[in-house]
Design a binder for this molecule. Structure first.
Ligand code: ADP
Ligand code: MG
Length: 260
């Protein structure tokens, strides 16, 4: 079975015919993708191509104009047909997003940031949420930071907290939107290492990134987006070493040889 087959039986989530405009600007022009259980889907493409909007649509933060999102456990949201809010919220609950700029609450400690979702949204007791948060912080080497505020963290630490906050929600699917692009270069590795570990553990992930070496190593499938469409998709070794489409070639060349 091809990794791009939308009817793949192991697809955790499928997206069909996703369209989104902001005013006159048609940003997504029919996106189809399948996120397979335990796999890592990497989304690459130039700025403005619609990558963030795809993630936000999967997460229910953005309401598409048209398109169908289905999950294996029977949720089917058809945005052309005024879907019930509760279905959109259910989908949102299945996913958790890691943002480029971390989006931690500045007035809350690290621990408070992490337990906010589980306690306030999911109804987990504070004791249990705290125990789980502490265990997750230990995993990413930040146990001693539980009571500090976000401004006291380096970017790399803040993003690892961002990842822990997503994990604490126990989502089926982790969405990463350029998680390392706001970081100083020497801090990127720590965050990528955590992401690699999660992939190895079998988390299902959709990752928007310009870290091509990471993508090459961790992705099961790579989608190249440009101008609101998926121009090319395939296994990382094919996309990165033998892209077929001219636009993919140009994009990769620009990233790999920016001075040409
Ligand atoms: P990418 O993540 O690939 O850089 P985005 O999905 O952020 O692309 O944006 C795609 C296009 O949609 C851009 O032209 C952007 O300006 C526009 N856009 C994104 N979000 C909004 C919004 N909330 N309102 C208006 N335009 C938006
Ligand atoms: Mg973006």
């Amino acid at each position: 079975m091809s990794p791009t087959d939308r009817t793949a039986p192991d697809a955790l989530l499928t997206v069909t015919g996703l369209h989104k405009s902001f005013g006159d600007n048609e940003v997504l022009k029919g996106i189809d993708l399948a996120v397979r259980r335990g796999k890592v889907l990497v989304l690459i493409g130039p700025s403005g191509s619609g990558k963030t909007t795809v993630l936000r649509s999967i997460n229910g933060l953005e309401i598409p104009d048209a398109g169908i999102v289905t999950s294996t456990d029977g949720i089917r949201v058809d945005y052309s047909a005024k879907p019930p809010k509760k279905d959109i919220l259910t989908l949102r609950d299945r996913t958790a997003m890691v943002f480029q700029h971390y989006n931690l609450f500045p007035h809350m400690t690290v621990l408070e940031n992490i337990i906010e979702g589980p306690v306030q949204v999911q109804g987990v007791s504070k004791t249990v949420a705290t125990e789980e948060a502490v265990a997750l912080l230990e995993r990413v080497g930040l146990a001693e930071k539980r009571d500090v505020y976000p401004f006291q963290l380096s970017g790399g630490q803040a993003q690892r907290v961002g990842i822990v906050r997503a994990l604490a929600l126990k989502p089926q699917l982790l969405l990463f939107d350029e998680p390392t692009s706001a970081l100083d270069p020497e801090l990127v590795g720590d965050v990528l290492a955590v992401m690699k570990e999660l992939a190895d553990e079998g988390w299902t992930m959709v990752v928007v990134t310009h870290e091509l070496a990471f993508a090459r190593q961790v992705a099961d499938e790579v989608l190249f987006m440009d101008g609101g469409v998926i121009v090319e998709r395939g296994a990382p070794k094919d996309i990165f070493t033998a892209p077929k489409q001219e636009r993919t070639k140009q994009f990769l060349h620009r990233i790999l040889s920016p001075l040409d």
